[in-house]
Design a protein around this ligand. Structure first.
Ligand SMILES: Nc1ncnc2c1ncn2[C@@H]1O[C@H](COP(=O)(O)OP(=O)(O)OP(=O)(O)O)[C@@H](O)[C@H]1O
Length: 304
């Protein structure tokens, strides 16, 4: 019996030409499996579209988009056994990069055909799906200063430039952080709660490695006391993301927990999987091994 896959395709994600990308995707899949294409459009949420595809019956869900698209589709997929293929055609694609999925469209599609299902963690943030991370302070400020039009035009560079500007402004806030183990009160410039993180997810990289299937969230607190330390700290975080060496600085703390609640004074901007959200506080709960993602087939594979 031939496998049937439902492709959730967001034409508005990323900077690539959607028509060209769709041709590439069809070329790889259509001779091998039955492909039902569900282009996303403004009238219906990606979550709803994914629910509809599952209801119609499918052997796997393919998601072609960026983190926002995967995060929204996850609402329908968390806790199911349906194999999920990620085709990264967003701007940042942090979830795909964290799972070692190629950002080349053709290579990602070919890897799905040969892929092995592997259960990775997801989470909820104030009840909404979270696949990558929630940022408080510096990250959402950076996103707010990088409009969608600029993001579309300059891609990742728009975040780098906005991030450098925000670092220089050094806006400190009070944070009260509660986990299943402890409650702490501290000053910070950024609090980041990560389920997964790409090497470029700078503010999540206090720890050496954010493990996507450990059933835990990684919390990184960045609290530089002046601009010089802010830039040095950012460099150390970036290095940690690329080298797998944890940071060792007094102004960077990190720990793991399954459930994390954060309140801030004054109220801070919050981002969820790369998009701004309205929130007075955040409550994040890890849902271990709740997404069944098709990953590149490698011998003796482990995220550790
Ligand atoms: N249901 C939908 N139909 C069509 N477009 C949508 C829908 N929901 C969101 N969008 C649009 O999709 C775009 C964002 O997609 P996504 O977040 O996947 O990509 P990205 O922002 O380019 O990449 P990344 O999140 O990896 O940085 C936005 O322009 C948003 O308005």
């Amino acid at each position: 019996m031939t496998t049937t896959a439902s492709l959730i395709f967001n034409p508005n994600a990323g900077q690539n030409d959607p028509v060209e990308d769709l041709v590439t995707i069809r070329e790889v899949f259509e001779s091998k499996i039955n492909l039902n294409i569900h282009p996303s459009h403004k009238g219906v949420s990606t979550a709803e579209l994914t629910h509809q595809a599952i209801k119609q019956g499918t052997d796997m869900i393919l998601i072609a988009g960026g983190d926002g698209t995967v995060s929204s589709a996850a609402e329908a997929l968390i806790g199911t056994d349906i194999p999920i293929g990620i085709i990264p055609r967003g701007t940042v694609n942090a979830f795909a990069k964290a799972l070692n999925i190629s950002t080349n469209i053709k290579a990602a599609c070919e890897a799905i055909l040969l892929g092995r299902p592997h259960r990775v963690d997801a989470a909820t943030c104030n009840g909404k799906p979270m696949i990558v991370l929630a940022g408080i302070g510096l990250e959402p400020e950076t996103i707010a200063h990088s409009s969608r039009r600029i993001k579309k035009q300059f891609g990742m560079l728009s975040f780098v430039l906005a991030g450098i500007k925000e670092l220089g402004e050094l806006k400190t806030f009070e944070a009260s952080i509660e986990t299943e183990n402890e409650t702490m009160n501290l000053q910070a410039v950024a609090v980041t709660i990560a389920n997964t993180a790409a090497p470029t997810s700078l503010l999540a990289h206090g720890p050496a490695h954010v493990i996507p299937d450990d059933g835990l969230l990684d919390v990184t607190i960045f609290a530089p006391s002046n601009r010089k330390n802010a830039f040095f700290g950012a460099y150390h975080l970036l290095r940690s993301g690329f080298t797998n060496d944890a940071t060792h600085r007094d102004d960077i703390q990190y720990f793991k927990a399954k459930n994390v609640k954060v309140e801030t004074k004054p109220l801070q901007k919050v981002s969820l999987d790369g998009d701004p959200i309205e929130a007075n506080s955040v409550e994040i709960n890890c849902i271990p091994h709740s997404l069944n993602v098709l990953l590149p087939a490698l011998d003796n594979f482990t995220f550790n």
